[in-house]
Design a protein around this ligand. Structure first.
Ligand code: T3D
Length: 254
C-alpha cells in the first residue's frame, strides 16, 4: 500500500508512504488516495490528517514514472484533480501535516487542505517552472487566494525554497511545531479538531468555498440557509446546554 491509514477517535490519518522516493506521486498513489478520501465521507471520520512517511511530505509527480509518457498531461491530471476535489468537498476538516519537502503537486496537495501544520524543517517549492510546466492540481486557484496575486506570481515564477517560517509569514502555514515533537503535536491538534462540531465545521467549509465566487447578497442567503441546518444539529443543542451549565461541550459531530 502506498497510502497507509490509521483511525482513532474520529481522526483518520492518511500517510503518503513511498519514503524511499520522498513520497513522489505515482498514479497508483493518487488512485489509492482517492479511494481513501471517498471512504472518509463516513460520518465516523470527523477529521483527516494527511502526512508523509520519512523525511519529505511529497516532492510532487514522480518524474521517473512520466519519463516515457503513457497518456497526455490532460488525461494524467484527471487523477490529481479527483483527489483535489475530494479534499475540498469533504464536509469535515482536512489538515496537512507537512513533515518535510512539499514540492510541485505535493505542495498543491497541502494547499487543498483546510489547515497546514508544518514541522520547523518543512519547506515548500512550487517546482513547476523549473521543469517548464505551469502550476496544476489547484495551485493556481489556492495560492493567489492565500498569498495574493503578485506574491503567487513571484513564487510560481522563481520557485524558491520557502521555509516553514517564511510560509507562516505568508499565511501558507497555520501552525509550526518543533521537529522532535512534530508528529505528536500535529496528531494532538487534529484529534482535538476531530472532537469538534463536525457538521457545523463542514458547513463552514462549504460557505468558504462558495464565497470565492459569490456576491455579498448570495453569501448572506447561503449563510442563513447553512445556519438553519447548523441550528437544528445536536451539537448546537449541546453547545447551548454546555454554555448555560458552564461546562465544556461534548460534541458528537451530528
Ligand atoms: O503529468 C504530469 O507530469 C503533470 C503533473 C505535474 C505535477 C508535479 O508535481 S510537477 C513537479 C514535480 N516535482 C519536482 O519537479 C520537484 C523535483 N525535486 C526537487 O526539486 C528537489 O528534489 C526537492 C527541492 C523537492 C528536494 O530537494 P533535496 O535536496 O531535499 O533532495 P534531492 O537531492 O534533490 O532529491 C533526493 C532524491 O529524490 C534524488 O534522487 P537520487 O539522486 O538520490 O537518486 C532526486 O532525484 C529524487 N527526487 C526528487 N524529486 C523527485 C525525485 N524523483 C522523482 N520525482 C521527483 N519529483
Amino acid at each position: 500500500m502506498v497510502i497507509t491509514q490509521h483511525q482513532e477517535a474520529g481522526l483518520l490519518t492518511l500517510t503518503l508512504n513511498r519514503p524511499d522516493a520522498l513520497n513522489a506521486i505515482t498514479t497508483e498513489l493518487l488512485v489509492e488516495l482517492g479511494h481513501a478520501l471517498e471512504k472518509a465521507q463516513d460520518p465516523a471520520v470527523r477529521a483527516i490528517l494527511l502526512t508523509g512517511a520519512g523525511r519529505a511530505f511529497s516532492v510532487g509527480q514522480d518524474l521517473k514514472e512520466v519519463q516515457v509518457r503513457q497518456e497526455s498531461f490532460k488525461d494524467h491530471l484527471r487523477h490529481y484533480n479527483r483527489v483535489i476535489k475530494l479534499l475540498q468537498h469533504l464536509e469535515k476538516p482536512v489538515l496537512a501535516a507537512i513533515n518535510g519537502a512539499a514540492a510541485g503537486a505535493g505542495f498543491s496537495l497541502t494547499l487543498a487542505c483546510d489547515l497546514r501544520l508544518a514541522s520547523e524543517s518543512a519547506f515548500f517549492t512550487p517546482a513547476f517552472s523549473r521543469i517548464g510546466l505551469v502550476p496544476d492540481s489547484g495551485m493556481s486557484y489556492f495560492l493567489p487566494r492565500i498569498v495574493g496575486w503578485n506574491k503567487a506570481f513571484d513564487l510560481l515564477t522563481f520557485s524558491p525554497r520557502v521555509t516553514a517560517e517564511e510560509a507562516f509569514e505568508l499565511g501558507i502555514v497555520d501552525r509550526i511545531f518543533p521537529v522532535d515533537t512534530f508528529q505528536e503535536q500535529a496528531r494532538a491538534f487534529a484529534l482535538e479538531l476531530a472532537q469538534g462540531p463536525t457538521l457545523a465545521l463542514g458547513l463552514t467549509k462549504q460557505l468558504l468555498c462558495r464565497s470565492g465566487s459569490a456576491t455579498l447578497e448570495e453569501m448572506l442567503d447561503y449563510e442563513a440557509e447553512m445556519q438553519d441546518r447548523a441550528g437544528q444539529s445536536q451539537d448546537h443543542h449541546e453547545g447551548m446546554q454546555a454554555f448555560l451549565e458552564k461546562r465544556p461541550s461534548r460534541f458528537s459531530g451530528m
